[in-house]
Write a protein that binds this ligand. Structure first.
Ligand SMILES: [Fe+2]
Length: 261
């Protein structure tokens, strides 16, 4: 693919998203959240592309995947008023449907299109399937890391806004902000096992789940960026200071440091 095609994809995306804004403030705020997220994921993936010394086509494909990875989020929110896949629809597959229906990737080669579609298809799954290879594997790993980097950013901003200006807080938060944790979630993070999203009941569970993402990070530069931005520390500031949480903290930081050595 070439730079003109990439510019065409950006223009298509902007036009597509513009069609979802209307006169409902709540919907607009949530659409804007994902529009801005998509833009920042492009920056994150280009950071990773630099760190991993990607050039030419790989870079263009990486940016294309970032632009389109959440294209399913917009029709998802309009139809269901939620970003929770279990409560609505798989937004990755919905995104592929949109791209296919609108023939957005038709001008690319079959290989390029397949790589992009595969990376989008699995970006939100618990893990990647074991049969991916080459650029498809590399780019699928990159979008998962780039997406996580920005979700840390979004979640932290939401916590801060809700704490400092609760009256103007307009985002959908999916679960109740109750004290305490679901024991299985705490257990999973302490044993380093995967947290099933279905286990999550409260905001605190969600915070633990997000901290547990460090185990899923594919590339050291992703962890370096998380560390430089102090995102992990900030999430711990929003968790209660209990012996269990202190244990989680020790474990997470020791793990990140071991990967960055
Ligand atoms: Fe997504």
């Amino acid at each position: 693919m070439n730079k003109e095609q990439l510019n065409g994809f950006k223009a298509w995306f902007d036009k597509f998203v513009a069609g979802f804004y209307g006169d409902n403030e709540y919907i607009n705020a949530n659409i804007k959240l994902k529009e801005e997220h998509s833009g920042r994921v492009c920056s994150e993936i280009l950071y990773l592309a630099d760190q991993l010394h990607l050039v030419g086509n790989q870079r263009l494909l990486a940016e294309t995947i970032a632009i389109f990875h959440d294209v399913g989020r917009f029709p998802q929110f309009i139809k269901y008023q939620t970003y929770s896949d279990p409560k609505s629809i798989n937004h990755c597959l919905l995104g592929l449907e949109v791209l296919q229906k609108e023939n957005v990737l038709a001008q690319l080669t079959d290989d390029e299109r397949e790589t992009i579609e595969t990376a989008i298809c699995y970006h939100g799954e618990k893990e990647l399937p074991g049969n991916l290879t080459g650029d498809t594997l590399l780019l699928s790993k990159m979008i998962r890391d780039a997406d996580k980097l920005d979700i840390f950013n979004v979640i932290i901003k939401a916590y801060i806004q809700r704490r400092d200006d609760p009256d103007n807080f307009k985002l959908e938060m999916e679960m109740p902000d109750e004290p305490g944790f679901t024991p299985e979630v705490l257990d999973a993070i302490l044993t380093g096992s995967r947290i099933d999203y279905k286990m999550l009941r409260t905001w605190n569970d969600m915070k633990l789940c997000i901290l547990g993402w460090v185990y899923d990070v594919n590339f050291a530069p992703t962890l370096r960026r998380l560390k430089q931005r102090r995102h992990l520390e900030t999430i711990f500031e929003f968790l209660p200071d209990t012996p269990d949480i202190r244990k989680v903290r020790e474990k997470i930081f020791a793990y990140v440091d071991s990967r960055l050595k």
